[in-house]
Design a protein around this ligand. Structure first.
Ligand SMILES: N[C@@H](CCC(=O)N[C@@H](CS)C(=O)NCC(=O)O)C(=O)O
Length: 264
């Protein structure tokens, strides 16, 4: 439910409510002493109206199953953001092994995700998620800058270990160091990166942790150590959210997606 908080003087009340573009289920709350207050109108927070049409989003198609979402963690990040903000979307599945002409026309770089904002196609999950936050600030998913990089080295160290052919090259230890440091951070600050509520940094990291679990399990028979209990609870909590289940790739696509990196 949307909550619109307004501080309003008595005579401005009617004009204010007429002026606000309220959702049908919006709740307007006034301070108990609103009739006595002389301060001018100040809107503290108000969510934008949802778009009249679903957002068109180009995302990776499955390589194993027709008409299913593929294994791109950046696409899942964008879809998770749309889901968590309750925004409607229409996924356009793109076969990245045979990119269609319409897709290369809207994004000559040939990368997904790409989203259509006001007739303009916009690539890159960083740009897309920031724009969604600006246009649709409610519910807020902002991660404070000092926390935004928490866990950001996990993905690259995971890829290093996945590609490694030498068990003694330190890549496994490098990954363990990053995972342990994330575990300690969540122990102190969790259950999510920004505390009680999920935020943009979790929506970026969780799809990568999902890839890590599946790919390392398959190609290296490796699992996250049980001692990292806070990391384990973190992934369990996010992977079981409805938004995550609706937007996650099938394990067989994740396995196929990493095959060239492992065997290449
Ligand atoms: N920095 C980009 C990365 C997007 C990206 O690398 N997407 C991959 C799929 S996971 C892609 O489209 N690859 C197609 C290609 O490179 O041909 C973002 O965050 O959106």
């Amino acid at each position: 439910m949307s909550t619109v908080r307004v501080q309003v003087s008595a005579c401005a009340l009617t004009a204010t409510v007429n002026h606000l573009r309220l959702r049908p289920n919006a709740v307007v709350s006034f301070p108990n002493n609103f009739a006595l207050r002389k301060k001018p109108l100040r809107v503290l927070s108000m969510s934008s109206l949802p778009p009249s049409q679903p957002f068109e989003v180009a995302v990776k198609a499955s390589v194993t199953t027709p008409n299913r979402l593929g294994d791109c963690p950046f696409c899942q990040r964008v879809l998770l953001t749309l889901e968590e903000k309750h925004l409607p979307y229409d996924p356009k599945l793109v076969d990245l092994t045979n990119k269609p002409e319409w897709f290369l026309k809207v994004n000559p770089d040939g990368k997904v995700p790409v989203i259509k904002f006001d007739e303009k196609w916009v690539p890159d999950s960083d740009v897309i998620t920031q724009t969604l936050e600006e246009k649709y600030p409610s519910p807020p998913l902002v991660t404070p800058p000092e926390k935004a990089t928490v866990g950001s080295k996990i993905f690259s160290t995971f890829i290093g270990f996945l590609k490694s052919k030498d068990p003694n090259d330190g890549t496994e230890q490098a990954l363990l160091t990053e995972l342990s440091s994330f575990n300690d951070y969540i122990k102190e600050n969790g259950p999510f990166i920004n505390g009680k509520e999920i935020s943009a940094a979790d929506l970026s990291l969780a799809p990568k942790l999902y890839h890590l679990e599946i790919a390392l399990g398959h190609y290296k028979k490796w699992t996250v150590p049980d001692s990292l209990t806070y990391l384990k609870s973190y992934t369990k909590a996010i992977f079981s959210r409805e938004s995550f289940i609706k937007t996650s790739a099938q394990p067989q696509d994740v396995i196929e997606g990493w095959r060239p990196k492992v065997e290449g």
